[in-house]
Structures are given as C-alpha cells and as structure tokens.
Design a protein around this ligand. Structure first.
Ligand SMILES: Nc1ncnc2c1ncn2[C@@H]1O[C@H](COP(=O)(O)OP(=O)(O)O)[C@@H](O)[C@H]1O
Ligand SMILES: [Mg+2]
Length: 319
C-alpha cells in the first residue's frame, strides 16, 4: 500500500479584493496524493487550479485548512522551516519562456537552483550535475550555451523540468506543462515526466484544463469548479462512470476520433458562470446545470464518498 505524501484538509484560499469582497479561489479542498502517484487536477480557466497548486507549495498562505506533507503539518511553517522543505517540493510552469530568464544560457538556468541552494561543493560539481540533468531530460550537450529564444517550446520545457529536478524533489506541481506545446511535443514531455516518475518515485499534482491530457498519466483525477473540488476518483473510474453533471459535460467535449461516435452530441454548458467573489451557499454549478433545482441552492452540498474511492459533491447523485 502506498503512503500518502500530500494530504489536504479543507484547504482554502481567499483573495481580498476589497474590505468586504473576498474572491474564493480555492474553497475547502480535501484530498490525498499517494507517494509515487499522480493526481490530475482539471477544470476550466479560473476555477482555482493554479491557486491550489501554489497554496500546496505555500507560495500562497492558506486562508484555512491544513497541508500535511510527508507526515508533517506544514500549514503554519514560517520562512526558515519552509525553505528546508521547499527543496522537496517543486513546480513546472506552463510557459517556460516567461519563467526562464532570457539572458541566461541553458547551463546557467539549470545551475541556478543548485547555486541558490548551495548544494554543490565547487564549480566542478555544479558543472557535472548540470550535464547529468541535461542528459536526464534529453537536452543535447551542444545546447548548454544556447539561450531560451534559440530553442523550441519542447526544449524550453525540458529546461523547466531539469530545474525542477535539480534539488531531487519528492513532489512536483506541474501547472499546465504541455498546454502551450504542439501535440506531438506534448507527448514527448508527458512521456519524459512519466519516465522520471518511475525512475525517481516522484509524486505529481498535474494541472490541466484538458481532461484528455491527464487520462493516461493520472492515478486519481480531481475535477474543480469555481474553487471547489466537485468530483474525485481514479482516472479509470472517472472516464467510465462520471457522476457530476460538470464532469459529464467536460467528458462529452473531448473529441473522439471514430466514425461511429461522430454524431455524438456534445453537451454544451449553458448559462452564466457564478462569480467567485462572495459566492452564495449552494452548488456553484447550479446556474449552468441541467439538473438543478431548489435543493441545489441555499446550503452547501457535501463532498461525499458515493462509492468506495469515488467522491462527488452533487445532491442529484444518490448512493
Ligand atoms: N493573486 C491573486 N489575487 C487575486 N485574485 C487572484 C490571484 N490569483 C488568482 N486569482 C483569482 O483566483 C481565481 C482562480 O485563479 P487560478 O488559480 O489562476 O485559476 P486557474 O489556474 O484554474 O485558471 C480566478 O478568479 C483568479 O482571477
Ligand atoms: Mg492556471
């Protein structure tokens, strides 16, 4: 049995917009990620995926709830303490171009985390470690003095992966790491991430707005809607037996490359997106949900285990 590496209990992050207005970016998310496994986090733009990832890494201070990392409650860790465990928790970004300093060469970019954290004893060791990391992520040695603008998106993302790996982390939040890449290159980066996971027993939170990307790489998938986790189960179960109306709509929007399925109806989600600022109690999806009725509004809907390992927050789904 795998041990949990990350446990989130009611994790909440509100942003203060004004004295009275709070934007509920992440609202009471509870979930577990086991060591060596991948949790896919999906949902449309603005639903709080990046904020969730950043809050788990304590790049945002949580408003409420708990973060347990490797058995330790890190929720209230302050700067010095968090600095130590930061090495174990890293992030890969969507757009390596904007997260990489354009004036630094490949070699300097990969050396940077090693130098900042003073993990090598001399220049020689830094050089060797950089060469090893470049090989690990599939960057040819001749590129070591190239600059980011001279490389294609896939290679730039390989630099991002090498930087994340430099300190030998246990956990990596991958925030839309392939969304800006061509489809053929997406597959290469996904394969690289999966190989690295096998070799190094890494644990991932893999964030994407595209459900089809996480299908094969995720053990569990969490579906988010306006700050809430509305459904959570294994990847296999989610594709076989989606329960939340929002998940069903997301699934129906995935293109299918088969002729028999060509006439499949895509459920278009109609209606206005509820505002995340001071939202009223009740289901956040109710305004757009074809099944919504009065019972969906007024009180918050519990996140319940409907079947073993399958959690959903919807009052229309009965045990
Ligand atoms: N630093 C911030 N200050 C205020 N609001 C923010 C901040 N970061 C994100 N938000 C808001 O929080 C919500 C969730 O954003 P985000 O986590 O980036 O969503 P996603 O990654 O799913 O697109 C959005 O409404 C966004 O405008
Ligand atoms: Mg985002």
């Amino acid at each position: 049995m795998s041990q949990p590496l990350i446990e989130l209990q009611n994790l909440t992050k509100y942003f203060d917009i004004s004295k009275t207005a709070k934007l509920h970016a992440v609202d009471g998310v509870s979930l577990t990620i086991n060591q060596g496994e991948t949790l896919g986090v999906v949902g449309e733009s603005g639903c709080g995926k990046s904020t969730l990832g950043r809050t788990v890494l304590k790049l945002h201070e949580p408003t409420d709830g708990k973060i347990i990392f490797d058995g330790k409650d890190i929720t209230n860790y302050r700067k010095g303490q968090i600095h130590k465990i930061r090495q174990d928790m890293q992030m890969i970004f969507q757009d390596p171009y904007s997260s990489l300093n354009p004036r630094m060469s490949v070699q300097d970019l990969i050396a940077e985390p090693l130098l900042i954290n003073k993990v090598c004893k001399d220049k020689r060791e830094v050089f060797d470690k950089v060469s090893e990391l470049m090989e690990t992520v599939g960057l040819a040695e001749r590129l070591s003095s190239a600059y980011p603008h001279e490389l294609d998106g896939g290679r730039r993302q390989r630099i991002g992966v090498a930087r994340a790996l430099a300190l030998n982390p246990k956990f990596i939040v991958c925030d839309e790491p392939v969304s800006a890449l061509d489809v053929s290159i997406q597959a290469q980066i996904l394969n690289l991430l999966m190989d690295l996971q096998d070799e190094r027993h890494l644990t991932y939170m893999f964030i994407t707005h595209d459900l089809s990307v996480v299908r094969h790489i995720s053990d569990q998938i969490a579906v988010m809607y306006l700050g809430r986790c509305v459904e959570l189960c294994s990847s296999k179960e989610l594709f076989k037996n989606p329960l939340h109306p929002y998940t069903k709509a997301l699934l129906s929007a995935i293109p299918v490359p088969s002729i028999e399925m060509r006439d499949k109806k895509i459920e278009v989600i109609k209606g206005e997106v509820t505002s995340p600022v001071n939202p009223k109690p009740g289901c956040r999806f109710a305004a757009r949900c074809p099944l919504a009725s009065d019972e969906c509004r007024g009180t918050d809907i519990p996140f319940e285990e409907i079947e073993p390992g399958h959690f959903v927050s919807c009052c229309k789904v009965k045990k």
